[in-house]
Each structure stands twice: as structure tokens, then as C-alpha cells.
Design a protein around this ligand. Structure first.
Ligand code: MN
Ligand code: MN
Length: 474
């Protein structure tokens, strides 16, 4: 016989917010879908560790789903799938909607860059029979996390003759690898007494790259010369070519399933490639939407969205200008501002997940948890919401309804306790132009570390969230 519910139980069910771990409600077919989606994501992470690689990979995936370059269109109509690549580091994709552009766009925007170490313009030197590369770190890192782990080098060397050499070394099983050394504990007494931010000095984030001397008594820096000879044999480059190179040092280990139950993903660069992948897959499955759907994969978020491939650049306006023209709306007065005013956006960037090992910095009532779906932040700024986008209540209400109607698991959270956390995303940039924007992304543990952790449930529900938004938000 079913137990009769008390008045209080009934009232509690009706009035109170009962957050649940989403895994508890997952059916077997659904579980298989979640796992399969994550397999695709893990492959995406392993194929693309830096922004240039991710853009190439995203272009391949988009092409396989019927997207064509902007330049190939003379006219655009509802259902057309178009993409535009800006300097190899930034891709914008759109599926043209049935309504006019003027009625607004549904935009999901993620970033493809992740914290890392970049080679300095003059990186190579020799000291005591070792050859080294000097680096400058990119984005917010804990420097001590980058020593004594296998590292790989990715990027390009641009030559004076106009050609570009692609570099990707340290990823294959038979590739060589690189490391930044650290002091042994036996001699580390004074080092260990330093504060964590000073344990590894920025100038010591220096990559060990060789130790065999070139045998010639007449040469001074023999190990350096030998390394340069290896590089010249392999890539045809000389030392001066480093002046026009973008070489990025990232962890060499692969992304994998994590935990006995394989419920999580461990890997480098999940901030924000997890949202890049989910939004890319979402737009690939967007057909004939009412409003034009847009997926933005931008660069330079980790250093303030600056530069000509970052969200602050005019690249998006350039793209919009082109599609306005191709959709035949170029004569509508003030068209760009009208589009912005009527558009909505999910700023698809990761959220800091609640970590029981570091509970003191979180407000457990307002944190993102693994297994509860995509995490939304009304605001992300610290010190009294400073610099935050602070999404409008009316907009959040519409998003809540959309997600509930489409069975998307979501949670609303803050990034850390009051005066403990805070951070920035690209949300405010498009909000400043008049769009409705809210931060909405996958919760992550160990964010900005060489090996970040996410929940497969949340990854899948981020994808479902973006798909519902691109296809159905009105
Ligand atoms: Mn991010
Ligand atoms: Mn970040």
C-alpha cells in the first residue's frame, strides 16, 4: 500500500526547491547517449589542444554537417548553414532562421583558448650543458602546477617567405616530450617555506629541451646549436624564425574518462573547450530555426578578450555585416543595433564546481554541483558583483522555462562565496551591445590546472541546453 503523504510533505514538494543528482534519473539508453557524447568530446580535446587546432577541427566537424564558408554564398535564405574563420583562431557559425535577422539572433558563445605557457620571442638558450626554452605564461595559472609534468609544444612558425610551419610535438606515443624541472625535497627546505605563488618563479617556467652538444671545439654553445640543428632538420627553421612564431606549451597527457564508474572526464583545456564542443554540436544539429542561430568560438578570453581574435574585436560585426547584406536586410535603418537589441545569448563558459575538499571558499547553497546539469551564473564578478553582466530576471525566467520544457538539467550558482570568488567571461561584452546574456556552462573541478575535471552528465546537459536555445528560444 502506498504511503499517504502528510500535509507538510505535500507542501514541501509544491513549494520548495528539491535539487537532485541527475544521474539518479538517467535511464540506460540515456546513459549510453551521455557516454557516447563524451567519447566524441574526449576525441575533440585530444585532437585540439590550442585555439588554432580547435578551429581547424571545428571547421571539419561543421563541414561534415553541411556548413559552407561565408565567401561561397551569394545570397542567404532560411536553413542555410554558414561559417567564417578569422585568422585561424576564431570561428563564427550560423544557421539562418525563418524570421528576419532584425528580429534577433540566438547566440551561444564559447572560447577556445586555455591557460598555458607561450614561448618568448627569443626562447632558446644554453646553460651548463642544458638547452632551454624561455616562456611567458598565458592566463591565470598556479605556476607550481606546471613543473614535472610531460609537456608538448603546439603552434606555428611564420617564415619571412610567407609560408607557415605547423608544430605539434609531444602528443604521439613515439614523440619526444618536454618538462620544467623542480627542486628535490631534500634540498627544498627554503623553497617550501615560500608562499605558493612564489614557490615557482615565473622566470623559472623554463622548458628543458636538450642536452647533447654539437661536437666541434670551435663552437661556444654546443647544446643550443645541436637543438637548433634538430629543429632545422625537422622544420627548416633558424633561430631568428622564433621572432615570428606562436608556440604554446601545454600538457602532453591525453584526456580520458575518470573514475571507476567513468562518470567524469579528465583533461587539459576543458575551460572552455567543453562549451566549445557542446555549442558546436548543438549548432550542427540546428535545422531551420525560427531565429537565426549563431555559435561563436572566440580566442583570447583568458587574457581579457582582447586583440583581433577576441570577443572585443569587430570580427563579429564584420560577420554580421556580411550576413545582413546576404539576407537582403542591408537597407533596414540602424539594422545592427536592432539585431543586438532583439538578440539573446548564452555565454557558454565553464563554472567552478563545488569541491568538498575546498568547501570553505564556496557557499553550498549557491554553488554548482557535479551531476546537476549545466551551471548558470546570473553574475560572475567578485567584490560586490564588480564587472558582472548581472542577467535580467525576466530573461532568466524565459531560460528556466525553455530548459524545463526541454528536460535540460540546470542549476544557478555563484562563483565562490561573497568576497572569495569572482571572474570574467565574454558575457558583458555582448550585453553591453544590448543583448540579453547569461553565463551558462559546464561546472569544472581544478579549473585552469593542467588536468581539469568535468561530469559527463553536465557536459551532455550543456549540449542539450545550447541545442534547445538555438532551436527553440523565442
Ligand atoms: Mn573560461
Ligand atoms: Mn578560464
Amino acid at each position: 500500500m502506498a504511503e499517504v503523504k502528510t500535509e507538510g510533505q505535500k507542501l514541501s514538494e509544491k513549494l520548495l526547491n528539491h535539487k537532485k543528482n541527475g544521474w539518479e534519473e538517467v535511464s540506460e539508453p540515456e546513459r549510453r547517449k551521455i557516454m557516447k557524447f563524451s567519447d566524441g568530446y574526449i576525441e575533440y580535446l585530444n585532437n585540439g589542444k590550442i585555439e588554432r587546432e580547435i578551429i581547424k577541427e571545428s571547421e571539419e566537424i561543421a563541414k561534415a554537417h553541411g556548413f559552407k564558408p561565408l565567401a561561397s554564398y551569394k545570397k542567404l535564405k532560411a536553413g542555410d548553414k554558414v561559417y567564417y574563420i578569422n585568422r585561424g583562431k576564431n570561428i563564427i557559425l550560423a544557421v539562418i532562421g525563418k524570421e528576419k535577422l532584425e528580429s534577433g539572433l540566438n547566440v551561444v558563445g564559447a572560447h577556445t583558448d586555455s591557460p598555458r605557457l607561450d614561448l618568448k620571442p627569443n626562447p632558446l638558450y644554453e646553460d651548463t650543458n642544458f638547452a632551454y626554452f624561455k616562456t611567458q605564461y598565458y592566463g591565470g595559472i598556479k605556476k607550481y602546477q606546471w613543473v614535472t609534468i610531460p609537456l608538448s609544444i603546439h603552434g606555428v612558425v611564420a617564415l619571412k617567405n610567407g609560408k607557415t610551419v605547423d608544430v605539434r610535438i609531444g602528443e604521439e606515443d613515439d614523440d619526444t616530450t618536454f618538462v620544467i624541472t623542480d627542486l628535490l625535497p631534500h634540498m627544498g627546505r627554503r623553497q617550501m617555506a615560500k608562499s605558493a605563488s612564489e614557490v615557482i618563479e615565473g622566470e623559472n617556467l623554463t622548458l628543458l629541451v636538450g642536452s647533447i652538444p654539437f661536437t666541434d671545439e670551435k663552437v661556444k654553445e654546443k647544446v643550443k646549436l645541436n637543438v637548433m640543428k634538430v629543429l632545422n632538420d625537422k622544420y627548416g627553421i633558424i633561430e631568428e624564425d622564433f621572432l615570428s612564431a606562436e608556440l604554446e606549451v601545454v600538457p602532453a597527457f591525453k584526456a580520458k574518462s575518470l573514475g571507476f564508474d567513468k562518470s567524469m572526464v579528465g583533461g587539459y583545456g576543458q575551460d572552455d573547450k567543453v562549451c566549445s564542443y557542446c555549442s558546436l554540436m548543438a549548432i550542427c544539429e540546428t535545422e531551420m530555426p525560427a531565429k537565426t542561430a549563431v555559435c561563436l568560438l572566440v580566442d583570447k578570453e583568458e587574457i581579457g578578450s582582447v586583440g583581433n581574435t577576441g570577443m572585443e574585436s569587430m570580427a563579429f560585426e564584420t560577420f554580421l555585416g556580411e550576413i545582413i547584406h546576404l539576407c537582403g536586410e542591408g537597407t533596414t535603418p540602424n539594422i545592427l543595433n536592432r539585431i543586438y537589441k532583439n538578440s539573446a545569448m548564452l555565454s557558454a563558459d565553464v563554472d567552478g564546481a563545488y569541491d568538498p575538499l575546498y568547501s570553505s571558499v564556496a557557499d553550498k547553497k549557491n554553488a554548482s554541483f557535479f551531476g546537476r546539469g549545466v551551471g548558470m551564473n546570473k553574475y560572475t564578478g567578485g567584490r560586490g558583483k564588480s564587472g558582472a553582466n548581472d542577467a535580467n530576471a525576466e530573461y532568466i525566467a524565459k531560460i528556466r522555462k525553455l530548459f524545463d520544457d526541454n528536460k535540460v538539467h540546470f542549476q544557478l550558482a555563484e562563483l565562490g562565496k561573497v568576497d572569495e570568488g569572482g571572474g570574467g567571461t565574454i558575457a558583458y561584452i555582448l550585453a553591453n551591445k544590448g543583448m540579453d546574456v547569461i553565463d551558462c556552462g559546464t561546472p569544472v573541478l581544478s579549473m585552469h590546472s593542467p588536468y581539469e575535471t568535468t561530469s559527463k552528465f553536465d557536459i551532455y546537459h550543456s549540449y542539450l541546453a545550447y541545442k534547445a536555445f538555438m532551436n527553440k528560444y523565442m
